[in-house]
Ligand binder design. Structure first.
Ligand code: SF4
Ligand code: SF4
Ligand code: SF4
Length: 259
């Protein structure tokens, strides 16, 4: 199956925030007191740099480092292109948070039994699987879904036709090995906080074996012990039925595969 993608053309975005609201509603996220930062309650944000609006969300990498560093395989890249997280496998080590080149995964620090939260590329129910909530509601077509290679053609065609409007770069085409989310901008990406120093190929060398040998991470190796305690507590809660319904609902979202 050919990978899906999402093209976000920042030059078309009017900053209405409908994508953020739709994401909150569709993913049953609780009210969010801090709409300007990604969090366990906020899978995407719309920000402004001078005259241009722009979005941030999980980039759904082609070769995701969140998956390669995870010691228990809690992240998977699906054939469709989504990168999904399975809370039942997670042991709470947070290597994914350290490894993500885009600083995306968020931890539920306020919960007794926290899990990782991030955008799920929610195509499974919106418009018969043809849209995500954020692309479905976007009034400007600034966020759109399609086959990744087709979206790349569209992006480069726009750059060629309007060189005065765009920086000549499709962010995500090759960055960190390529991502399913592709970005167009009229403002240099580094000014929007997007890293331009990432490898232009996959980062498979970044595995949990490597991470676990980095001194600063070994020093905080308590996360592993914390992880063990976390998983034991979680199992006990599941077995005794103490997990709240919304926590279980959050877990279920990642179970919806791409079949
Ligand atoms: S952006 Fe980060 S969390 Fe999302 S797929 Fe890539 S490595 Fe994983
Ligand atoms: S794809 Fe779905 S989960 Fe991801 S930002 Fe858009 S609405 Fe939110
Ligand atoms: S819904 Fe579309 S136009 Fe509105 S903020 Fe989101 S991407 Fe921009």
């Amino acid at each position: 199956m050919e990978t899906l993608g999402m093209l976000i053309d920042f030059t078309e975005c009017i900053g209405c925030g409908e994508c953020v609201k739709a994401c909150q509603q569709f993913n049953s996220l609780p009210p969010n007191p801090d709409p300007e930062h990604l969090s366990d309650r906020n899978y995407t944000v719309v920000l402004r740099y001078e005259e241009q609006y722009y979005r941030k969300l999980c980039m759904h990498c082609q070769d995701p480092t969140c998956a390669s560093v995870c010691p228990v395989g809690a992240f998977t890249k699906t054939e469709q292109g989504r990168v999904l997280y399975n809370a039942d496998k997670c042991m709470g080590c947070r290597y994914c948070m350290m490894a993500c080149p885009f600083g995306v995964p968020r931890y539920q620090w306020s919960k007794a039994i926290p899990v990782i939260k991030k955008c799920v590329f929610c195509i499974h129910e919106v418009n018969g699987g043809k849209e995500t909530a954020c692309s479905w509601v976007c009034p400007m077509g600034a966020t759109r879904l399609g086959r990744r290679h087709h979206l790349l053609d569209i992006a480069w065609s726009r750059i060629r036709r309007h060189p005065d409007r765009y920086v000549p770069y499709v962010y995500g085409e090759n960055d960190a090995g390529g991502t399913s989310v592709l970005l167009l901008s009229g403002v240099p990406f580094e000014q929007l906080g997007y890293r331009m120093d990432l490898p232009q190929g996959p980062m498979p060398q970044l595995t949990w074996q490597v991470l676990s040998k980095i001194p600063s991470i070994v020093l905080t190796g308590g996360v592993l012990l914390g992880g063990l305690s976390w998983i034991i507590n979680r199992r006990i809660q599941i077995e005794t039925g103490d997990l709240k319904e919304n926590e279980l609902a959050g877990d279920k979202e990642k179970e919806v595969g791409d079949e």
